[in-house]
Design a protein around this ligand. Sequence first.
Ligand code: NDP
Length: 342
Amino acid sequence: MQRMVLASRPIGEPKDENFRLETVDLPELGEGEVLVRVHYMSLDPYMRGRMDEAKSYSAAVQIDETMGGGAVGEVIASNHKGFSTGDFALGMFGWATHGVAKGHEMQKLNPDLAPITTALGVMGMPGFTGWYGLTELGKPKDGETLVVGAATGPVGSMVGQIAKSKGLRVVGIAGGSEKCAKATDTYGFDACIDHKAFETASELRKAMAAECPQGIDIYFENVGGKLLDAVLPLMNVGGRIPLCGMIAWYNAGGLGADAEMESLSGPRLWRSILVNQLSVKGFIISNHYDRYGDFLRDVGPKLAAGEIAYGEDIAEGLENAPAAFRSLLKGGNTGKQLVKLI
Ligand code: NDP
């Protein structure tokens, strides 16, 4: 089998030398474990944080260790009564052609119900993140205005579509005119603003103000950076900010000093939370899987009925995972970034 390990810790943007492709023996199957041949692996923004040693909500990948992550594939051997050879399953198999996991930590998939890739995107962790963050923390109400960045990604596109179904005005922010067209035409956003067309936060803010004539009630925070700077002064009193991610700063390394990170000064940010009486709530989706069943019951039928659209961006081959990952961190992906291994 092949696996991609962390060879060294990146400073700033990850480079080829930070990864190493290795050929190793297949792992032995222990009690209650299942061996899976991976068909698709997931690339997610959070993986950048795991490459750093900085304190975070979960442990860093160690040097020479396989890069972690979710993947889907076919069971080729099983020591668990819940899984048989030929079953399809989701598990944390990492960046590797094969993976072993405890059966009770895996999820069986029915490929007749939905393509197995959807378990990594629209019906998996990112889709669930968008649904949970919006419904639980955003508390959307009919007639309100919502703004979300990374609008065509698996989190942002779920947020936008659920918000639309609840009667909100939905304004996306995305990188480039093609992505913006996707946000409005495929995902039904009312408007989408291309952040690359604006040099400064104040220019971006003017464009957002024009699309949000009633102000902003919910800012679903995926990005940070220029977007946060632009949005804050437009928030309405009593607004909510589900704090989901801040990808614009991930390459800055933990919460260290960085020129762009200083663009939003602490006092200004703090003051705007006070004067607008904003509710800002950070959340880590892995702590909320007690709600995953509710998500499946709500969104599953909508997906089956064609009421929820989704997009996938599929790279090929484990050797190309680092390049696809770098591209994801810079907005090179349109839709859920996957790597096809077989
Ligand atoms: P996406 O597939 O949307 O990929 C990330 C996108 O971020 C890029 O395509 C790009 O879109 C945008 N982006 C990157 N850099 C910048 C920048 N400097 N300024 C503006 N936009 C940028 O990712 P996901 O949907 O998987 O994740 C979205 C966010 O949600 C991330 O921050 C992620 O970390 C977070 N997340 C948090 C979870 C939690 O538990 N809290 C769980 C899952 C995800 P564009 O080209 O349109 O700008």
